[in-house]
Design a protein around this ligand. Structure first.
Ligand code: C2E
Ligand code: MG
Ligand code: MG
Length: 502
């Protein structure tokens, strides 16, 4: 400073100074030498300004450019930097790095039904839990939306990545309490490893994203390591996603119908409508391969309306053809219920198709009982008042509050196929079926077993007091024509196939 002042008579720069209070602050200082007429140095004039606010703003801008404002976590840019550093470090120390791609399951449902402030608060709570489940030196980043990335460094073997993923799943499983709502959520995780799966940020991230989708396909709330086979499937996925947009317009969906049968008599007591997608390029696509995608991108609402309309139209056509009036069950995705006025839409469809509402059963999964219960109850009660019946599908696999089952005024429980499969060999499955059946009886609910494939199973089911089934043993899902033929030929009793012995 002095050298400058002597040479040029002026200096300016940033300095730290101390206030009277003792606080240190940055200031911008300019000093000029003042000379008299004889060019003798007489004074120095200093002008300074307090730049602490400007500096804070600058730091804030720098922070914002590299962090996510909602959670304060590093954003994609900073993540890329940190990962490149981690990779260089891993090369030096011969260790591995794992990249975990996290995506919340059904976050859109929460956002759509409870509003963005609740969604935002949930993301913040999740951030806090994530921080608690990794080491200080690991990086957590939010990419945007409901996507997070965790980078684990100094990895000795991949088992550690798996155990961190497991820990994240466990720690986010406990309900969140936000704005008076109790929210349950889960996470799907895809994992890539350096150097095995790729050598740079973009590759590792892309493959982890693909692995994450496989975790979703596997039923969510789980993790998957990337494998090369997944790359192939990812292309198919993309194709499905693209074609799904136009499937409704192109009229590519069809419904198949699977009979529900009373075990004692073989009488067909109802049918379930099951959607299939017939696409010229993809062939006949089963619902498990496109419904989750349609839920993800919201297309399920329009598709679901179509299913309802088509099932009601078909049932009415059968009635007019003298097939008889059978209750038809339609699967409803939780998202449909949360979108707009669902009850109103169903009642309109019923009115338009002239279907008897008492012959319509709506199948919900247990997940409808998790979110926004009051709204769900309101919608379901309006439907019930019109005579529509309600079943809980895949019962036993989700999370049910028995008191809500009662308040929802459910008519029927459909015991999930996974408990029926080994019922004759696995005592635990038999015990679960027995417990569900007994509970249903005390709550005066009807009960139906899904996926009966052998007489052995139906024998057990009868012994446990469950006498209605739906399964390949009696019939696979059939096209509308095939079902009409079956019904005519058997007069509505599928006794010629198998009659379960008592
Ligand atoms: P879900 O509602 O539990 O339907 C029963 C599924 O079990 C059907 O598969 C049916 O073909 C299959 N199944 C029936 N009996 C047996 C058996 O004895 N053994 C075996 N292994 N499987 C049996 P599908 O048609 O592939 O449907 C799968 C799931 O897709 C359905 O499960 C339902 O959750 C969903 N889904 C189907 N149609 C619709 C729809 O229109 N809307 C919505 N939201 N979901 C649908
Ligand atoms: Mg169903
Ligand atoms: Mg089911």
């Amino acid at each position: 400073m002095w050298r400058r002042l002597e040479a040029s008579g002026h200096w300016q720069g940033e300095i730290w100074d101390r206030r009277k209070s003792g606080e240190i602050y940055p200031k911008w200082l300019g000093i000029s030498a003042v000379r008299d007429t004889l060019d003798q140095l007489t004074h120095y004039v200093a002008i300074f300004s307090d730049i602490s606010e400007r500096k804070e703003a600058q730091e804030r801008i720098e922070f914002l450019a590299r962090h996510d404002p909602l959670t304060g976590l590093p954003n994609r840019m900073l993540l890329a930097d940190r990962l490149e550093q981690a990779l260089a470090h891993a090369d030096r120390t011969q260790s591995k790095v794992a990249l975990l791609f996290l995506d919340l399951d059904r976050f859109k449902t929460i956002n759509d039904s409870l509003g963005h402030p609740v969604g935002d608060a949930l993301l913040q709570e999740i951030t806090a839990r994530l921080k608690a489940s990794v080491r200080e030196t690991d990086t957590i980043s939010r990419l945007g939306g409901d996507e997070f990335v965790v980078v684990i460094t100094d990895l000795e073997d991949e088992e550690i990545a798996a155990s961190v993923a497991q820990k994240i799943l466990e720690i986010t499983r406990a309900p969140f309490s936000i704005g008076g709502h109790t929210l349950n959520t889960s996470i799907s995780i895809g994992i890539t490893l350096y150097p095995t799966d790729g050598g740079d940020f973009d590759t590792l991230l892309k493959k982890a994203d693909i692995a994450m989708y496989h975790a979703k396909d596997a039923g969510r709330n789980t993790y998957r390591f990337f494998t090369e086979q997944m790359n192939v499937n990812a292309l198919e996925r993309l194709l499905i996603q693209n074609r799904l947009q136009q499937a409704l317009e192109k009229n590519e969906f069809v419904l198949h119908y699977q009979p529900q049968v009373a075990l004692g008599t073989g009488r067909i007591i109802g049918i379930e409508a099951l959607i299939r997608w017939r696409n010229p390029e993809l062939g006949l696509v089963p619902p498990d391969r496109f419904i989750p995608m349609a839920e993800e991108n919201g297309a399920i609402v329009a598709i679901g309306d179509w299913v309802l309309r088509e099932a009601c139209r078909q049932a009415r056509a059968w009635r007019e053809d003298g097939i008889g009036t059978l209750p038809v069950a339609v699967n409803i995705s939780t998202l449909q219920l949360q979108h707009g006025d669902f009850a109103e839409r169903v009642l309109t469809i019923i009115a338009e198709t002239g279907h008897d509402p008492r012959m319509l059963e709506l199948e919900f999964t247990e997940s409808i009982l998790i979110q926004d219960v009051e709204r769900v109850l309101g919608q379901v009660h309006r439907l019930k008042a019109a005579g529509i019946t309600v079943a809980i599908d895949d019962f036993g696999t989700g999370y049910s509050s028995l008191s809500y089952l009662k308040r929802l005024d459910v008519d029927r429980l459909k015991i999930d196929r996974s408990f029926i499969r080994d019922i004759s060999t696995d005592p635990d499955d038999a015990a679960i079926v027995r417990a569900i059946t007994q509970m249903a009886r005390s709550l005066r609910l009807k009960i139906l077993a899904e996926g009966a494939e052998t007489t052995e199973q139906t024998r057990f089911l009868l012994a446990e007091g469950c006498d209605e089934v739906q399964g390949f043993l009696y019939s696979r899902p059939l096209t509308a024509d095939a079902f009409a033929n079956l019904y005519r030929q058997t007069s509505g009793f599928i006794t010629n196939l198998t009659r379960a012995p008592r």
